[in-house]
Design a protein around this ligand. Structure first.
Ligand code: FAD
Length: 441
């Protein structure tokens, strides 16, 4: 089996993987892999925006909004770190050329989404994720120390069983060749788990592979049953990824209606509450969707702030300036994940996890809108810092690669189904555990 070597191997090229790489020393050899193309990751899909602490007077309110949305199950230290680090990340992004919406006088425009008590979200039209991720990707592509491998799937971790050190990963390329990448440090930046669900806003190839390999190697997870359902995705009978109608349209005034044209919920409540109300209403009305009206939003705002949503709905036959659109909740975000400390270190030596695949407890039981791009980057930078500081103590070892039997990865279809099932079983197991625990409490 061929074996590549690197100082750091990063699995995933979304915002978390890219920003981590940009924060590593330029003398370290980094290999980044992605299961698909560089543009096919959820980071490119983010619409609404990214939160920031715009002013110290907003600290308490931002902290409280994050905690309340998370049902107060959030890790307070993580929330504090995220909020205090936010302005630094935004400053960095602007340095990479990210263009957030501004007023004529050059100051930032801030928008609002559900469960926020203040306007504190920076945005770029309704394609904030694409604006951020494409600039980070451009910056990474300029680095001589980084190799980017597309259509390369991590199929396993390689572990030294005695020391419980992660020695690297096993990969499969698009031709089906199996090879190893040994590294001083391994980072899982594999994104969410939407691919294991029938209806999701996520790319279907995001199937929680990071979680599956961690389960296989007894790396600790945290609350894998904490899964966010987004209240408003465009309803269609066509198969494929669900198109998100960003929460910021409700932040800007859009309203929800039942089958009789009546409002039935406060549109700005946290996502889980609004989703629950929609499911109840659909059951009561015997319908597959409810209606969203963007008519309270001015045509100018629709055309300038939400051009992507406007275009998509027009393609589906709906003019949002004049007509209500059918919407239905769908799986959207993963609050649980691979258990990490505040430097994104997992329970296995030399293995880090960042972004949506990791769980440092910042979101609690339910994520506050527009906190995830921020969280991904804040904790990716901390992982890079930790890797940099501990690099001299690490030694690249490849002994365990010699024991790997590549044959076990050859039937990828079978392996991928097994991994999906492993993740689904663990979600179910934890769901039952929480139900029983809450019942007893
Ligand atoms: C439609 C939509 C809208 C959103 N809007 C917002 C928003 O407005 N604000 C906000 O803060 N958040 C938003 N989010 C959430 C946010 O986009 C994600 O949480 C964030 O981008 C996750 O970044 P990431 O780096 O963890 O993962 P991703 O960007 O999803 O990247 C995951 C990477 O891992 C790779 N990968 C996975 N498995 C493997 C494997 N086995 N081998 C190799 N590579 C692998 C993938 O190919 C990909 O490159 C939205 C999400 C969606 C889906």
């Amino acid at each position: 089996m061929k074996n590549l070597t690197a100082d750091v191997v990063v699995v995933g090229t979304g915002v978390s993987g890219l920003y981590l790489t940009l924060n590593l020393p330029k003398d370290k050899k980094v290999i980044m892999i992605t299961k698909s193309t560089l543009e096919e990751c959820d980071s490119f899909l983010a619409q609404g925006g990214i939160c920031v602490l715009k002013d110290i007077n907003d600290y308490d309110s931002y902290f409280e909004d994050t905690m309340r949305a998370g049902h107060y199950e959030n890790n307070k230290e993580s929330v504090d770190i995220m909020i205090r680090s936010s302005a630094g990340v935004i400053h960095d992004l602007v340095g990479y050329g990210v263009g957030f919406a501004k007023h004529k006088d050059g100051t930032f425009k801030y928008t609002r989404e559900g469960a926020h008590n203040a306007n504190r979200i920076l945005f770029h039209k309704d394609v904030t994720g694409k604006e951020i991720t494409s600039h980070l990707l451009e910056a990474v592509k300029k680095l001589d120390n980084v190799t980017l491998l597309e259509h390369t799937t991590m199929v396993d971790l390689v572990e030294d069983k005695k020391s419980r050190d992660c020695e690297g990963i096993i990969c499969r390329d698009r031709k089906g060749e199996i090879f190893g990448i040994s590294a001083n440090f391994t980072v899982l930046a594999c994104g969410g788990i939407g691919g294991v669900f029938k209806h999701s806003t996520n790319f279907p190839h995001l199937t929680g592979d990071g979680l599956a390999v961690c389960l296989k190697h007894q790396v600790k997870l945290q609350n894998p049953d904490y899964i966010q359902i987004h209240p408003t995705t465009f309803y269609t009978e066509k198969p494929g990824r669900s198109f998100l109608i960003s929460e910021s349209v409700r932040g800007e005034g859009a309203l929800l209606y039942d089958a009789n044209g009546q409002r039935f919920v406060n549109e700005l409540l946290p996502r889980d509450v609004v989703s629950e109300a929609i499911f109840k209403q659909m059951k009561k009305d015997g319908t597959d969707h409810v209606w969203l009206s963007m008519k309270p939003i001015s045509e100018h705002t629709i055309k300038t702030h939400f051009p992507n949503i406007d275009k998509y709905c027009l393609e589906q036959g709906y003019d949002v300036t004049k007509q209500n659109i059918p919407v239905v909740p769908a799986q959207h975000y993963f609050m649980g994940g691979i258990d990490v400390d505040s430097y994104s270190h997992t329970s296995m030596n030399r293995l880090f996890a960042v972004g949506e695949t990791a769980c440092n407890g910042v979101h609690g039981k339910n994520r506050l809108a527009s906190n995830s791009l921020l969280e991904s980057m804040v904790f990716a930078r901390r992982a890079a810092m930790q890797i940099t500081c501990t690099y001299v103590f690490s030694k690249r070892r490849t002994e365990s690669f010699l024991e790997v039997d590549a044959k076990q990865y050859e039937d990828y279809q079978k392996l991928s189904e097994e991994y999906k099932q492993l993740v689904l079983d663990e979600i179910e197991r934890m769901k039952k555990y929480h139900e029983q625990h809450n019942h007893e409490a």
